[in-house]
Design a protein around this ligand. Structure first.
Ligand code: XMP
Length: 589
């Protein structure tokens, strides 16, 4: 057996046993992560990497992606990889691409398949599918699908909407899955990957995912050199863990923490950070709220907030006479922030995260940034935090986005009435979603039942809608409400902060906050002249934030929350988001 490696520097190992070819999928990096979790070193490479360069690997996985194989310029792979004699597994778009290149046919889907589905896997005796027969829950995220398999392949799995959900050509060691084995919602996903890695590719364990801290600290020291680190902290898990890593790696005297009060934070947050110690608080409320005045578009909000962060940083650096070349910026960026900002070669832009805007990109290009957690997922960050000995009170906090309440306070350019349709009420306010690895921006459908199955069926069937919410309670019938043109104002932010504090208090008192991964509260400009706003509850379960499921809530608890929310002046209705991710995102913008 090869020696175990105890560091987590992705550049230290020149010979990964498994190479994941990046076709732009939102979960591409997660595939590599899941293979490493199995104890086998894996790396992501560009999809077009020449076959000759892949010849040393024991196996190749082609990721999913947002394109159709028929799109001009869609990601492709060197056809030579299918002749290397090395096993290849195509996942989602990867399966379609493999079929397309090898002479099969991909058909354009009429109806997509997004979210949970059930696959029926046949009894097969090849190394990839042996022992995997039977009906099982999987996660789908596609519209196109393989229609005709290439010669030599047989179909070994199907769902109600997808006739070719798994394919095999065992003699050539080529396999395909239309579903995603790398996400937790595919219940036997780990076994599919394990079969490929160990039984098909015959990899030997050479990777230990624990004990990451020393490796990360070395990377920080290498990156900083003689320079000091100026660190923005938010009180959240990511920035706090990254800050602690830098402090431990460089010593407290070389790391400055600053918390920027943007005026977009939750109630009590600034006090929480003050109690953390070793961090200065910078009041920039007026600066952020002035810059955001009149803005309605989500991407514009995100860009403004990111740029204002850079401005505050420049101001602080200048005012404290910190010589530029002696300082670099530290950030708690984690992997999903990068990938959802379109930060890998072919990924589609879902949302621009505040730590990936132009000003920051310039610092990255100039080598003036250190992001110790940028290849990690949330659950890994928590593990690193545990290794560092940080308290559970901090590590168990729900994630809170950098742009804060601004992206939970929806705006509208137009007045528009609620429209009654045969499936429910269309609420004409747009929110962001992710469909087949690409961004969507579409109105919401409200229904009158807490019915997750119906919500999934509706988002799959209806185009032009990316979310379904249940109408919980309202002061007037939904058909009498309307969306009103409005932008971000300090008053609306304050209203949202109040609603969020109510929900946080009740979910903390009831212990519900421990049952969910995150619980955003969203304000939408829906109501009447007297009560112009509505509140949407968005509790979700997730592991890494890349996929998420809308979760149930006890009826009595929901009634209590809804009653207190409707008692807030100006709140007209309470809704409950039933949408999984995909096709919704966790945040609404
Ligand atoms: P979405 O809404 O894309 O969010 O499903 C996935 C996770 O990321 C958080 N999020 C952010 N975190 N800066 C952050 O630090 C951001 O700009 C940002 N936008 C979303 C979100 O709260 C969820 O946990």
């Amino acid at each position: 057996m090869a020696p175990m490696r105890l560091f987590y520097n992705l550049n230290l190992n020149p010979n990964p046993q498994i190479i994941v070819l990046d076709a732009g999928g939102q979960y591409c990096h997660l595939i590599a992560r899941k293979v490493r979790d199995l104890g086998v070193y894996a790396e992501v490479r560009a999809s077009e990497t020449a076959a000759a360069e892949l010849a040393g690997a024991k196996g190749i996985i082609i990721s999913g992606g947002p394109s159709s194989v028929y799109d001009e310029g869609s990601p492709t792979v060197d056809p030579g990889i299918f002749g290397l004699g090395e096993p290849v597994l195509g996942i989602c778009y990867g399966q379609q691409l493999m079929a397309h290149i090898l002479g099969g046919k991909v058909t354009k889907g009429v109806k997509g398949e997004y979210g949970l589905a059930t696959v029926e896997v046949d009894v097969a005796d090849d190394a990839m599918f042996a022992g995997m027969a039977g009906r099982q829950q999987i996660w789908m995220n596609h519209r196109d699908a393989v229609g005709t398999v290439p010669e030599g392949f047989s179909v070994v799995g199907r769902t109600d909407s997808c006739a070719v959900a798994a394919i095999t050509a065992p003699e050539r060691k080529l396999f395909g899955l239309q579903f995603h084995p790398e996400v937790v919602q595919t219940t036997r996903g780990k076994e599919f990957l394990s079969n490929f890695v160990f039984r098909v590719c015959e990899c030997a364990p050479d990777w230990d995912p624990r004990h990451r801290v020393p490796g990360i600290e070395q990377e920080i020291r290498d990156c900083a050199g003689e320079r000091n680190v100026f660190f923005f902290v938010s009180g959240g898990v990511d920035s706090t863990v990254a800050f602690a890593l830098c402090t431990q790696a460089l010593g407290a005297e070389r790391v400055r923490g600053v918390y920027v009060d943007t005026g977009l934070m939750r109630e009590g947050e600034t006090d929480f950070v003050r109690r953390m110690g070793n961090v200065a608080v910078e009041d920039a409320q007026d600066q952020f709220l002035t810059a955001l005045a009149g803005v309605t578009d989500p991407e514009q909000k995100r860009h403004i907030i990111g740029e204002e962060f850079v401005r505050v940083q420049e101001r602080i650096v200048e005012s404290r006479h910190l010589m530029d070349e002696h300082w670099i910026l530290g950030q708690g960026t984690i992997y999903p922030d990068t990938i959802e900002s379109g930060g890998t070669a072919k990924a589609s832009l879902i949302k621009t995260h505040h730590n990936r805007v132009a000003g920051i990109q310039k610092l990255i290009a100039a080598g003036r940034i250190v992001e110790p957690l940028k290849s990690f997922y949330k659950d890994e960050v928590r593990e690193v935090g545990k290794e560092l000995g940080l308290p559970a009170e901090l590590l168990d906090r729900h994630p809170f986005p950098g742009p804060g309440l601004a992206i939970r306070c929806l705006c509208s350019e137009f007045d528009a009435p609620v429209r009654v349709t045969e499936d429910g009420w269309v609420i004409p306010v747009n929110s962001v979603g992710v469909l087949g690895d690409a961004r969507s921006y579409a109105p919401v459908l409200a229904i009158d039942a807490m019915d997750h199955a119906r919500a999934t069926e509706l988002t799959n069937r209806l185009t032009g809608m990316n979310r379904v919410v249940a109408a919980v309670e309202s002061r007037v019938p939904l058909a009498e409400m309307q969306i009103r043109a409005c932008s971000l104002t300090p008053e609306r932010i304050a209203k949202l902060r109040q609603a969020d504090a109510v929900v946080r208090r009740i979910s903390h008192e009831s212990g519900y906050d421990h049952q969910v991964w995150q619980f955003p509260v969203i304000l939408i400009p829906l109501g009447t002249a007297e009560a112009p706003e509505s509140v949407v509850l968005r509790p979700v379960s997730s592991v890494d934030g890349m996929t998420a499921q809308s979760v149930k809530m006890d009826e009595a608890l929901l009634r209590k929350m809804s009653g207190e929310l409707l008692a807030i002046g100006g709140v007209c209705g309470v809704f409950y988001d039933l949408t999984h991710k995909p096709p919704g995102t966790i945040e609404w913008e």
